[in-house]
Design a protein. Structure first.
Length: 263
């Protein structure tokens, strides 16, 4: 009993109220991926609006929160997601995805990638190489732009509307070939299709002769954390196979989501 009281005393002695409030705000926003305005945060946590304003502006200045100038909504920034991704990548996401990726590779015979959002782009976390002698492979850590890659379209389609609008204002929409989407209007229409169907396509929009089919992975909080993608040559992965392969990709991506606690 004496030791427990001493621990409680130490905890109280070294308690930092503003740090506690900042952590509470971050935890609250982690449950609201679309963000909250200052007064909503204050009401939910029973804090004064002035206190919430000072703390959140500090977090915005440090890059841990994003503030939408139009809606005044505050949400976790990419910096927070990158810190979170580091722990997921090392301890959970790759480990919990690997055997499912291999099962998808065996079912399709093509290379399977696991990708995550990184800043304004994406990054390849893991690869299960295809079963053919001639197969598509990438170095782990390879980054890609979002507008042309199938997993990039997944990230754009399933992020919040405000975040997507802000991000698309910054995107260069690089043209890789004549099939690359370089119009924001056409890209938005493509993303509507992705949201409706639940998967995204790369119709040789980056690399000639290479098709990709990608589906989203969510965690227990309903946040998009990754994409699972099948990549293969157009001869073995023609458009006529897209629907069949997309069903397989979505089923296996959902398996990963369930392992991460998604309902």
């Amino acid at each position: 009993m004496g030791a427990r009281k001493a621990d409680e005393s130490n905890g109280s002695k070294y308690h930092v109220p503003n740090l506690d409030r900042a952590l509470s705000i971050l935890e609250l926003l982690s449950r609201h991926p679309k963000g909250l305005i200052k007064n909503e945060i204050a009401e939910a946590l029973q804090l004064s609006p002035n206190s919430v304003y000072r703390i959140t502006m500090t977090l915005v200045d440090r890059g841990y929160l994003d503030l939408n100038d139009r809606t005044r909504r505050l949400r976790l920034s990419n910096k927070m997601m990158e810190l979170r991704l580091s722990s997921i990548d090392d301890l959970s996401l790759v480990d919990k995805s690997w055997d499912i990726m291999c099962a998808l590779r065996d079912a399709t015979t093509e290379t399977v990638h696991l990708e995550a959002r990184l800043g304004d782009g994406g990054v390849i976390l893991e690869e299960a190489e295809g079963l053919h002698h001639l197969r598509f492979t990438c170095d782990l850590g390879t980054t890609f732009e979002l507008h042309a890659a199938a997993p990039g379209k997944v990230f754009l389609a399933f992020m919040g509307n405000d975040e997507r609008l802000d991000l698309m204002k910054r995107m260069k929409l690089t043209r890789y070939n004549e099939r690359t989407i370089t119009s924001r209007v056409k890209l938005e229409k493509e993303l509507e299709v992705v949201r409706r169907k639940g998967y995204a396509l790369d119709r040789a929009e980056i690399v000639d002769g290479i098709h990709c089919v990608s589906a989203p992975v969510f965690d227990g909080g309903g946040r998009l954390v990754a994409a699972v993608t099948v990549t293969g040559p157009t001869a073995r992965l023609p458009e006529s196979r897209f629907a069949q392969v997309a069903k397989q990709v979505m089923e296996h991506a959902e398996m990963v989501s369930k392992r991460l606690g998604a309902r």
